[in-house]
Write a protein that binds this ligand. Sequence first.
Ligand code: UD1
Ligand code: CA
Length: 451
Amino acid sequence: MSIALVILAAGKGTRMNSDLPKVLHPIAQAPMLAHAMRAGAALEPERTLIVAGHGAEAVTQTVADIDETAEVVLQEEQLGTAHAVDQARAALEGFDGDIVVMFGDTPFLSADTLERMAEARKGADLVILGFEAADPGRYGRLVMQGDSLEKIVEFKDATEAERAITFCNSGLMAAKASTLFDLIAKIGNANASEEYYLTDAVALAREEALKVTAVACDEAETLGINSRADLAAADAVFQQRARAELLDLGVTLMAPETVYLAFDTYIGRDTVIEPNVVFGPGVTVESGAQIRAFSHLEGCHISRGALVGPYARLRPGAELAEGVKIGNFVEVKNAELAEGVKVNHLSYIGDASVGAGANIGAGTITCNYDGVMKHKTEIGAGAFIGSDTMLVAPVKVGNEAMTATGAVITKNIEDGALAIARTPQENKPGRARKLFDMLRAKKAKRDKGEG
Ligand code: UD1
Ligand code: CA
């Protein structure tokens, strides 16, 4: 059965109190919409349509970044969830598979739940995903009759008896496209909110003697985000799950609750992560690496057996080969470090390539930016960069070349050469003592004047 996902994301999200459309607020550094789309991808949909309204331009851009095959349809005015789904009608003209409706602000649906809905569709025309709510609040209520779902009543329109029901609507719905669009065409807005409720499709389907069932899932999966507090809680849920997965995969987290992960963090087994490490998007760490405390990583790749930190910063494009050592207060950006390279202290390596086994002394800086353009530094294999070297890019240091401590390197260095680029030292006998005497006398005079 081919599936078209229709993800509703046109609402304003008033309670977020934000200029950013609600579905673009990040959880684990990916927009919540990306999480919803990723959850939906478990169904291997043939089409994915996002219904956008508030902040449609930004939503469209984000959707393109997440999945270039996804389509965005516009809902100019937010007249309700049925009206929202109806905006996909033209785009799905002639599509004869199933539609699964999801909400963009419900990011944690499991693949298992979605598959159970698809399975239930084999025996029913319309399938709704429900959950037992600890606090049913303002959710729509599922009115069951045996195995059959009779109708969904929105909280605002519910009687006291209906409000007492705790089996609630998650918002997910699955049906054949033609069935769903036929039902939607009959939905009106004569209700407390004067909105076109998608949930009315259930009672209309029953009137036509169609089979309607509800599948139940855990409430944690239907967690909807409406406020910043919900967002923080959702991030916490994500972190907890992601940490648990890593532990299961054989990664040591010395203090799991202090490690912040991104939606796509990949860490191989037998890697050790010390406390207070932050992973931004796009980090992959191979087996057996060690990330020491207080390091911040994003968009980088760390190979087997590498050692990073404490207090290291790896920025996008940092590529560390096997056994590379990055020490404290070192920043690496857009640079390839070949096997066994060591940058142990207080350095900046940006827009660079460093050959195997090279040793970068403390305080080395690649001066990659001239105020207008970025330039590259190439350091050969086995090179030794003396402490406090400024490498003014573009510049090349040959294989097994050396720079003397404190050098300002502006010219290429050939293989095996030593570059010295600093003012020669001059010692003045006795001058330090004279200077001390002079300064002390000056201070004594001043102290006396004050006293
Ligand atoms: C909806 C359900 C309710 C369910 C609850 C679960 C309806 C009528 N009610 O209520 O039964 O318990 O979700 O969270 O469906 N949206 C649009 N365009 C619109 C209106 C909404 O795209 O015109 C989108 C919103 O951006 C959101 C989703 O649809 O992603 C749900 O809309 P919302 O207004 O939050 O519905 P609820 O009142 O929460
Ligand atoms: Ca809602």
